[in-house]
Ligand binder design. Structure first.
Ligand code: SF4
Ligand code: MG
Length: 341
């Protein structure tokens, strides 16, 4: 499949009153048409910032970016506001956890979708309105004709999420960025929305970046996974590889915090203990060292002095990890996996 987005060693810094924050500090990934990349991490890991940079949704005057973001071959690091505007309207759309942030509260749902369509299509208003109803129908909203004339507050949470997806997809984006799109929904509706995104992707052939803290969502929808910690990529590979054969202690911690029906809760590992570090004051060496149970295995105190690089795993092209451990696959298989149940 065709690569639509290629991010290389992305760095995003914001100045704050307390100093320069390295919100993203070395992230690399690529996304192909028809595929879904999940970006996983705790809040503050840089997972949202790293994809908002693709949309130009940061304060461009204050933010410093370096590295490379190639969207359809076009470099976005250092691109102008106009370029980002064009991208947001032509090729990339974003949906958020909170539909309120995209849907205007005082405008009818159908009119909002029609409006977005009219920005890019020279058609009459009635054609755009018809397109809006079609989109509502396509995302599984019953009675779309009637629903199009309603306001966001007349929709349930799940229906609003569907309406936002319709709004995001009305101009056929090549890349859809979904930031925790199901986090606020109950489990049943969550599953319906994820199914919907899967179906729409098959139909439209677009690429999706799914930002989430939930490994169950990852397993459900993604082809590839990037795990982020403290602004950096720490593990990257196909979903199968990362879930079945993870190489980074942080990913092991995330896996152990997913409840498993078969396991006895008293035998599971603790979820990742402690809290993520402040981005203003990262620990020396590996940022994960205060929470890592394996740092003592690495000779020469390297975990406390030397930042591991996000290197490709030897013999496994496209697979990356950021850890000094010499035999992570073995440690996972023999020590960690048995406790996961
Ligand atoms: Fe743990 Fe060291 Fe690997 Fe960091 S580099 S994750 S501290 S073992
Ligand atoms: Mg976020």
């Amino acid at each position: 499949a065709e690569t639509i987005l290629e991010v290389k060693d992305l760095q995003v810094q914001f100045p704050t009153e307390d100093g320069l924050v390295n919100a993203v500090n070395g992230v690399s990934y690529d996304v192909k048409l028809g595929q879904t990349l999940a970006i996983v991490g705790e809040s503050g890991s840089g997972k949202s910032v790293s994809s908002m940079a693709v949309m130009g949704l940061h304060d461009m005057k204050r933010t410093r970016m370096s590295g490379s973001i190639l969207l359809d071959g076009q470099e976005l690091v250092g691109a102008s506001q106009q370029t980002f505007q064009k991208i947001r309207s032509n090729s990339v759309a974003m949906i958020f956890q909170d539909p309120q942030s995209s849907l205007h509260p005082f405008k009818k749902i159908g009119a909002q979708i029609a409006e977005a369509y009219l920005v890019h299509h020279k058609v009459s208003k009635s054609v755009a309105e018809k397109r809006a109803v079609e989109m509502l129908d396509r995302v599984g909203i019953p009675n779309p004709q009637r629903r199009a004339k309603q306001y966001p507050h007349e929709f349930s949470g799940g229906m609003r999420q569907r309406a936002m997806i319709a709004l995001g997809l009305v101009n056929d984006p090549r890349l859809l960025i979904a930031d925790e799109p199901t986090t606020a929904l109950d489990v049943t509706v969550q599953a319906q929305i994820l199914d919907l995104l899967n179906d729409l992707q098959k139909e439209f052939g677009s690429a999706i970046i799914m930002i989430t803290h939930d490994l169950a969502v990852v397993a459900e929808v993604s082809d590839k996974v990037l795990v982020m910690y403290a602004g950096r990529g720490v593990e990257y590979g196909t979903t199968r590889e990362v879930l079945a054969d993870p190489r980074h202690p942080y990913t092991w911690g995330l896996l152990s915090s997913v409840p498993s029906l078969s396991s006895d809760p008293s035998e599971t590992l603790n979820p990742v203990r402690g809290n993520p570090p402040s981005l203003l004051n990262l620990p020396k060496g590996c940022s994960f060292n205060p929470r890592c149970d394996f740092a003592e295995r690495v000779p020469g105190e390297r975990c406390f002095t030397e930042l591991p690089e996000f290197t490709e795993v030897p013999g496994e092209p496209g697979r990356r990890t950021r850890c000094h451990l010499a035999e992570p696959a073995e440690i996972f298989a023999t020590e960690v996996a048995p406790k996961l149940g």
